[in-house]
Design a protein around this ligand. Structure first.
Ligand SMILES: [Zn+2]
Ligand SMILES: [Zn+2]
Length: 63
């Protein structure tokens, strides 16, 4: 993933998870370079993509 603040490219597993400093629990991936909290959206994006794929597939079958 690419840091939204400094543009540093790093693997999501290299970022800092669960820093303990974010309110309501850390659900972000902190940049190893600048510590900016990037929203961990890859999982959500995957889910959304899966839903859309299912939807379009179903539509295609009918058409
Ligand atoms: Zn950064
Ligand atoms: Zn955090």
């Amino acid at each position: 993933m690419i840091c939204g603040f400094c543009g540093f490219e790093f693997d999501e597993s290299d970022g800092k998870h669960g820093c303990g400093g974010c309110s309501g629990g850390c659900h972000n991936v902190h940049c190893p370079r600048c510590n900016y909290k990037n929203p961990a959206e890859s999982g959500v994006a995957k889910k959304i993509r899966g839903i859309f794929e299912k939807y379009t597939q179903h539509k295609g079958e009918e058409g």
